[in-house]
Structures are given as C-alpha cells and as structure tokens.
Design a protein around this ligand. Sequence first.
Ligand code: ADP
Length: 547
Amino acid sequence: MQALMMDMPLLVSNLLRHAARHFPDVEIVSRRVEGDLHRYTYKDCHARAARLADALTRRGVHVGDRIATLAWNGYRHMEIYYAVAGMGGVIHTVNPRLHPEQIAWIVNHANDQYLSFDLTFLPIVEAIAALCPNVRGWIAMCDRDRLPASAKVPNLLCYEDVLAEGDDRYVWPELDERSACGLCYTSGTTGNPKGALYSHRSTTLHAYAAALPDAMGCSARDSILPVVPMFHVNAWGLPYIAPLTGAKLVFPGPALDGKSIYELLESERVTYSAGVPTVWQGLLAYVASNGLKFSTFRRTVIGGSACPPAMIRTFQDQYDVEVIHAWGMTELSPLGTLSRLQNKHLDLPEADRQKVLEKQGHVIYGIDMKIVGDARNDLPWDGKTYGDLLVRGPWVVKEYFKGEGGDPLEYDGEGRGWFPTGDVATIDADGYMQITDRSKDVIKSGGEWISSIDLENLAVAHPAVAQAAVIGIAHPKWDERPLLVVVKKPGAEVTKDELIRFYDGKIAKWWTPDDVQFVEAIPLGATGKILKTKLRETFKDYRLPGV
Ligand code: ADP
C-alpha cells in the first residue's frame, strides 16, 4: 500500500534554506586570506549562494557538471558548496597540499568546468592551468581590487564579478535526491587517487546522523570551528551539520597555527571544534607555553588518525574539553564510528571509562560493520580478535567515480555488499571498534601482529616526545620488527634507552621497539597524517642493531 506522506527529496539546498529561514541571523564568521575577519549570517550566505547558482547556470554550467575548489575554510567556500550542489552540479573539493601534477591529474579526471581558488593557491593554479585545457575559467576568491594579474592563467575571473552576474531570487531546482552533489578523491597513497561521489541523499542522511547526541552531538547552542579543512572530506560534514542544527560557524581560513586558532576560539566564543591530532598538538603546545585556558571551548572531535590517549587526557584533565574520538574515511562521507559513553558506563571507575573513550567508537545509526579473517569469515566481537574491517550503509561508496578500480565491494552470503576499509580492527561485546592499524602499516613479527598505533600512543605519552611513528623494519628471523621514530619537543632531552624502558610493563615485552631513531620532522601527508610510506622509504637502508 502506498503511504500518504509528502514526498520531499533530501536535497543539500534544503539545509541552507532551512538555516536561512529558521536561523536567519545566526552568524558565519571567517578569517580571510587577507587576515581580517568577515562576518555575515545564514540569510546572507543563502542569498549569495543562490546568486552564484544563478550565475553559474547563466554561464552554461549544467546539472552533473563538476566545479572544483582549492580553498581554505571560509564563507566563499561555503557559498560554492551550496551554489554548486544546489543547482545540480557537483562540488569537487581538491586538496591543495597534493603535488601540482597530482592536482592537475585529478582536475582532468573529474573534468572540472571551473576551478575556484583562494589567492594562497595562485602558484598552484599557475602551475596547472596549461595542463588543464578543459577548465573554462579560474575563479579567484577575492574582492575585485585584489585580483592579481597573471599572464599564466587564461580566463582568470574574480569571484565577486561572477557572483554579480546572478540573481538571488534564483529558485533551487527539485533534483533527484540520488543524483550526485559532491566529489572527493582519496589521497591515493597507492596508485592514482579514486573519487568518492556523494549524493544529496547520502550527504543529508550523513548530516542528520552525525548531528545526533551520541555522534558529533551538535546543536543550535554551539559555535562550531571546523579546523578540519573543507577539502578533507567536507570538513567531516560540518558545513552541512551546522545549518541543519542552526549552529554558528567559525571558519579559520589559512591560519591554523596554535595562536590563531586559540584567538578565534576565544573571540568567537567557540564551544565545539574538529580536527586531526596533529593540529591539536600545535594548539595544546601554544596554550601550555602561555599558561592559557579556554573560556567557552568544551568539546572537540578528533579523528583522521588515532588520537593518542595522552591527548584525550590533556584536553579533559587540564582544559575541561571533552574529546570525541571518531573514525571515518573519504569513502564513508566520512563518519563511521564515534566514542561516547553509554548509560551502562557511567558508574564505571574513571580508568575504565577512559578505555572506552580511547577506542574509535560505536557506529552511528545507518552504518553497520564487521571484522573478518583471511577466509572472510566473521570474527567474534570480544575486543581482542582483530581482522579486516568491513562496513555498509547509505553514505558508504558502492563504486568509485568512473568505475575506477572495478567493484570494490565484498559480498556476503545474502549477496549484500560490504566495503573493505583497509583497516584492521577489534570490536568489543558492546560494539565499540578499535583500530589496530591500517592493513598496510601493521608490523608482522614472528607470525603475529604488532599495532603501530599502540606503540605510537605510548611514545607520545612521554613528556619529551612531540611526535612518534612506528614502522616495521625487515628482520631475518622475525620477518619485521618495530622501529620507533621520534621528534623531540623543543629543548627536551631523552635517550633511546629511556624511551625503550618507557614501554616496560605497558605492553607485551616482544612488542617493544628494537630501536629508536631521532629525527627533525616526521613527514605528513596531505591531510595531516603521518606518511608511513615516505618514512619506510627514508629508512629503507636502515638496519636494526645486531642484524
Ligand atoms: P586518506 O588518509 O587516504 O586521505 P581518509 O582521510 O579517508 O583517507 O582516511 C581514512 C583512514 O584514516 C581510515 O581508513 C583509517 O586508516 C584512518 N583513520 C581515520 N580515523 C582514524 C582514527 N580515529 N584512528 C585511527 N585511524 C583513523
């Protein structure tokens, strides 16, 4: 029997329209490339997004066309998100930290029609313009008087000029909710990057689920500062979740150092943030060395790579900031699991509650997960057995853009497709998942696995350690043994033996790294994560002591 309910498609444009109608004067504050703070409201943002959508339509951008961005978190980026998706186009956020050749490859693969960029990235645009003949216009996201003259960029346009071509009475089209609205490429540590193509439906459902109290838990009482970039899986959904909930948005632009973030957290009375562990190291170092506290900042989501327990404790114990440890990936829009306590945990001793919060967490409704062994058999949820992590859900990719890489799914006995995440994990009886490693980073020693994440988490708990990475080094007898690579905190001293002894009693003896190497810096990838591939390359001729 047909139900008798209104059939309204789940469209991205509705999120911003909702905010403009029901939270019209809630602010969006942005630090601009120019250094100043720009502020306006959801109502203003909606009007400008509509105007831009109209302008792009007049310029001949069609439903399904891709429009790229190379941009920081800011109000113009937000406008492009909504204008492009809202008119039926596909917003393709490109990570500016990739190599220009890789950026050109991605822009051509996506067949982007226009590319909008912050002035910071003009050198990238100059380097790739000649390599991307299909791009019809390069839109500089700046005021008219800041538009640079660049001989190397044909058809260089000013964002404000393009916007002025449109009319803000533009009416958002009623699109099919299953049509594409966003495109994001994975970082492609092996082979060429592959595109995850999101739909209006998947993006809206992800935003709904992510806003739930036991997920991101965002509300209209929040002032949200997404440190995670809008080019890193849509800033984990926050540009969609904030208008959905009516939260204030604070965009940090290019200034991601500890001091700038701290000042913005204070001046905009930010309650909530999100970012990868490496950016928080900068903030924590700044507040510690200046003896500062946070006045309003109370919660932050940390994910993208494992959040060291020491960081969770520092935030909680010293600054009264609750850390929500989260796991996800580009192919999941990105949220899969988050760690929040359940009613049954509330009376547990502090140390046991802490153990729960250190895990990558519990699925949010919509996502299902399982771990499987080599024979693809389901493994028990006992918190100890580890296996390949598989997921499914309405915001998980079923295929990559243009069918790249073939069918990525694994099928179960009922013919249901599961996406193999490439992560190795345990799941406990309460359904809390903990990542052991990326499958390509696990260290295989004597036929057993050693978790590099566990060893790194312990190392960064040492007061002299700023950053730590553990990689497997070939060993004639054991196959591989762990090597700990460390960046010391400025002015701190610690020896190799002290660090090795620091593991005593904290892990199984045979997990202890065989050696420690001190380095000036650990290579980070385009999304701020430790680049293990690069590190393994650096140490490819290194030999463990006694080998
Ligand atoms: P890439 O790093 O390839 O650009 P993503 O940003 O999509 O791609 O990263 C997804 C991967 O990041 C996951 O598969 C997982 O290995 C890792 N990751 C994400 N969050 C966490 C976390 N909280 N703990 C450990 N690893 C994580």
